[in-house]
Design a protein around this ligand. Structure first.
Ligand SMILES: [Zn+2]
Length: 245
């Protein structure tokens, strides 16, 4: 255990750069144990059926509000997961956040690890989450946690900029079907990266997504075929070895 905590810092950076930054609880009964770190980032969002979009407010002519869609609260927190030796980002809605506040008052978020469990099958709109204290942290563990580098939540959730480009939200699946396997997405990104930039744009446009990670699992076959077609155009920058092959 102590070894895991010691190595956390460097590995957290490594994990951040390979994606998978969000805690994913995809199915009923999925759970994760970790420590909440830093301050929460609350934001008002609209679920478009594909993704969460920031609500800019009716007074600022938010297009979703204009369609009488009510925004909902999403709260993001940094969350250290000992089993993965990584600082990740965990998100929840207003009920989840109220539970988190209760845990904060009763136990102290910096004194315990907590177990977050999903109740509800994939795609179930009534899905809820419970947060329970798991283990009391030792002073040594608390010291390590205090030294961890946290993610810039605003940057991560907006998906903007280089760092946020490939991130996707953990329960984004919603009504929109299963997302593509992250390993497949990583492979496709690797292959697209050695192609000229316009090949990537063509690919994203073809599938109507902004990021490869936004593809659906059902698109995998077509996506692979399309990448192969792009590669076949002889646009390879030459001599590059595909590390994912
Ligand atoms: Zn709005």
């Amino acid at each position: 255990m102590s070894d895991a905590w010691d190595k956390a810092k460097g590995l957290a950076d490594k994990h951040a750069s390979t994606g998978g930054i969000f805690v994913r609880l995809a199915n009923d009964g999925d759970k994760v144990v970790g420590a909440f770190l830093g301050d929460p980032l609350p934001r008002e969002v609209h679920w478009t059926g594909e993704r969460y979009e920031e609500c800019t407010g009716a007074e600022n002519k938010c297009s979703q509000c204009a369609e009488s869609k009510r925004p909902s609260l999403r709260v993001s927190m940094n969350f250290y997961v000992p089993a993965e030796k990584a600082v990740k980002v965990i998100e929840g809605g207003s009920t989840w956040f109220k539970d988190l506040l209760k845990c904060r008052d009763k136990y102290g978020l910096d004194r315990w690890t907590f177990e977050v469990e999903r109740h509800g099958a994939s795609g179930d709109p009534k899905t809820s989450y419970t947060i329970l204290p798991d283990e009391r942290l030792t002073d040594e563990q608390r010291g390590h946690l205090a030294g961890l580098q946290l993610h810039d939540l605003q940057k991560v959730v907006s998906g903007g900029g280089e760092a946020g480009g490939d991130f996707s939200s953990y329960d984004k699946t919603g009504a929109a079907g299963q997302p593509i396997d992250p390993r497949v997405a990583t492979e496709l990104v690797g292959r697209l990266k050695v192609l000229p930039r316009d090949a990537v744009d063509t690919f994203l446009k073809k599938f109507g997504v902004q990021r490869v990670r936004d593809l659906k699992a059902s698109d995998e076959k077509a996506a692979r075929a399309f990448v192969e077609a792009l590669e076949g155009k002889g646009q390879k920058s030459g001599g590059e070895i595909d590390p994912f092959a």
